[in-house]
Design a protein. Sequence first.
Length: 474
Amino acid sequence: MRQTHSPVSEPLLCTLTFPSLSALQNTWAANAGARCFVPWPDEVAAGQPVVVRLAVEGQGTADLLGTVLGGDFDEGGNVGLSVELSPQAQELLRSLHEPRAETLKATPAPQALFTTGRIEMPTSDTLARPVTGLEEEAPPRDDDGEPMLPAGTLLEERFQIEGHVASGGMGDVYRASHVHLKRPVALKLLKRVFAQDVEMWGRFKREAELVSQLESPHIVRVFDFGKTKAGQPYLAMEFVEGKRLDELLADGPLDVKRAVTLLSQVFLGLEEAHAMGIVHRDLKPPNIIVGKKRDGSESVKILDFGIARLSDTSAKKDNKLTQVGMVVGTPAYLAPEQALAAQMDERTDIYAMGCVAYELLTGHPPFVSESLPQVISMHLTQAPRPLESVRPELASTPGIGVALLTALAKEKERRFPNAKAFRLALEAALGPVAQGPGAGYGPEPVTNPGWPPPPGFTPQGASAAWPPPPPSAP
């Protein structure tokens, strides 16, 4: 729905009819709050005053004064308005939940121009024409039933929606145009279920402020965030034309040199984030996108920094979300400490990138099963198959297999201490790597001894005492 900004006029009058007082109490009065949805088929200016008349057949009406925040859709896909109710209206609405609801007053039924089983819209200067085909105006919905914004929608007077890009557990991503800067942006709107969650908004705001400070060319930049007039949190990010790693993998495993070159860029992004104390927590092929530079070379960027922590927050409030969003969503890249709900740090990202690297080189993650408990058990107890047993030509670069086994250590103390160490180990194992900062020549070829890494092996960037002994059993 488009929002217009014409001068404020006389209040709109919108009547919602209910067959009985109990029907009203079980819907509106039972969910009294500062905002409400009002079906309305026409364009209305933000800031327009509106009177919401609640009518109970045969008993009377109650008038609630509010202000239009903007266009909206309800859970049934009906077109309407988001209305902020006045404090007096909120109090009156709460009083309607009393058994007798004496605040209802006898009034004649309004003359209706547009009528359904739920709403009557009386004739007025602000509604000049009836609306037909309302069902056809209902927006499409994502996999969770969330209404998707149609192309042409203007948000916050500067982001014009051009199309829907993707849906995820936390929200929907749209391609939009910044109408003032004349540049494309990726706009991520969190799902409406999070809009009224005060704790979620606080976490979202802190994470967005932190992530917006990241300057690495290998992390998708966040340059704006806030809430829409309807209260929905959003992130405005740079829009990257390209393919995600999972899309590249649709054609099979990558060439070794190309895989290391792409991974090196991911690690460069992680190095900056980790130095600022920011852990991604949800690294996987769909969260890494490969675009093109002006010279035609590939440029890698990490998506969704900061969003995974929000998922953790909501998960703690909802056991079902914990199971579906935090574990089932990314079981193939789950570090053992994540599966055990233990303390996470940058080495959690190292493990996930070990899984991603394994998949780029073999075509599948290190642990695969149709059973979620089995996948988690594998992460906790099993060693991955050596790379060369899955893809024989990888036997010519045994150092890469050793590096991946190090990254996939069950105890995080035995993994690479940081992203730089993992990057340098891969580059050294391959030899000179085009576009790979820190590239050099690796040691003489050795036979991959499997798991654990050989006693004398110390990755570049680690101290001579690496790795420390595993913790003692309790």
